[in-house]
Design a protein around this ligand. Structure first.
Ligand code: UFG
Length: 351
């Protein structure tokens, strides 16, 4: 018997839905016909993204979106949301995500990321909702012995508290399924999400100095910063700089939509890598972004950054075989869309 519901019958709670990956995923879900409820405390996001989402999806689909400003650690607020909406599944993005900051503030990171997840699944259980997609990360693979990484590659020690929270939440959700096999858990391990919505209306809007490569490069391109700092040129890679599997945020969003469809009517714990399968170096990114913005971007070589691995990239065959999903955009597309966003919104959503 086919137990799958149509998307129109389903209401997805998206925690952290005003953030970078969350907002792009919300667009994808609304376009697919789902009702969407965002819960976000706006600690690292702007409420303005909600208008941008409405503009992109259009008036009809926008009627299916609601927003609650609340902290996912706030059990009463979550219970209120579940009492007032028939949530059929949850995509859990909310969490602190700055690697360096997590080293300086382990108590805050462990408290926030773990407590919010535990509160969320507790409220889900109380409301009979047992379907969750979790935003995990390739960081759980640590420093890999063999590339590309498959879902069967070993989990290794994380190198920072942020990474450990991803590692631990994967374990918590796996244990939850062991305790009650009705739970339906999908762990999506993202590689390096970059890019922006092709409309130029949504993109990454980091507060302060960007920690990640592409937001930094974009700010150099728009003239907000002088030069890119390249962390290490003595790695064992094709040009000596670190290699990562960059994935367009819209591909990542469609990966969530594919996972939601695939998991409908099932139970279990399933892990999927979401990447492109292609590794690009820091210098590859600078070259591609320079072409996108039409000028040579200045960079300076710096020592390696603590905790960085030489290279990682994904094997994404499992996602293709099981969910029929694969990335569509290449590095040039990602840089073009990042530049489009950054040049149209030099100061992000506040600009
Ligand atoms: N890099 C620079 N200069 C910068 C920033 C980064 O040269 O200003 C280099 C890094 O050394 C690395 C590459 O660019 O080689 C990518 O660095 P990012 O900081 O953009 O991304 P990371 O791979 O370090 O981390 C990302 C996410 C994490 C996630 C991890 C999973 O930010 O959340 O991928 O592998 F955990």
């Amino acid at each position: 018997m086919d137990t799958a519901a149509t998307t129109q019958e389903q209401c997805v709670l998206v925690t952290g839905g005003a953030g970078f990956i969350g907002s792009h995923t919300v667009v994808e879900l609304l376009k697919d016909g789902y009702s969407v409820v965002i819960v976000d405390d706006l600690s690292n996001a702007s409420e303005k993204v909600l208008d941008r989402i409405d503009t992109i999806v259009g008036e009809e689909a926008a009627k299916n979106l609601s927003f609650y400003r609340a902290d996912v650690c706030d059990k009463e607020a979550l219970a209120y949301i579940f009492d007032n909406n028939t949530i059929t599944s949850v995509i859990h993005f909310a969490g602190y995500k700055a690697v360096g900051e997590s080293v300086a503030k382990p108590i805050e990171y462990y408290t926030n990321n773990l407590a919010s997840t535990l509160t969320l699944v507790d409220v889900m259980r109380e409301h009979g909702c047992k379907s969750i997609i979790f935003s995990s990360s390739a960081t759980v693979y640590g420093d890999p012995d063999v590339l590309p990484l498959t879902e069967a590659s070993p989990k290794k020690n994380a190198t920072n508290p942020y990474g450990w929270t991803k590692w631990m939440i994967e374990q918590i959700l796996t244990d939850l399924h062991s305790s009650d096999p009705e739970w339906n858990v999908v762990l999506l391990r993202y590689f390096n999400p970059i890019g922006a919505h092709p409309s130029g209306l949504m993109g990454e809007d980091p507060k302060g100095i960007p920690n990640n490569l592409v937001p930094y490069v974009a700010q150099v391109a728009v003239g907000k910063r002088d030069a890119i700092h390249v962390y290490g040129n003595d790695y064992d890679t094709h040009d000596g700089t670190g290699v990562r599997d960059y994935i367009h945020v819209c591909d990542l969003a469609s990966g969530h939509a594919a996972a939601l469809k695939w998991m409908d009517g099932r139970s279990g714990v399933e892990i999927f890598n979401l990447g492109t399968g292609k590794g690009s170096s820091v210098l590859d990114v600078i070259t591609s972004f320079s072409a996108a913005c039409g000028k040579e971007l200045p960079y300076v070589m710096e020592p390696r950054r603590a905790g960085d691995v030489t290279a990682n990239y994904a094997n994404c065959i499992k996602a293709k075989e099981l969910m029929g999903w694969e990335a569509q955009f290449n590095l040039d597309d990602m840089c073009r869309d990042s530049w489009n966003w950054q040049s149209n919104n030099p100061n992000g959503y506040e600009g």
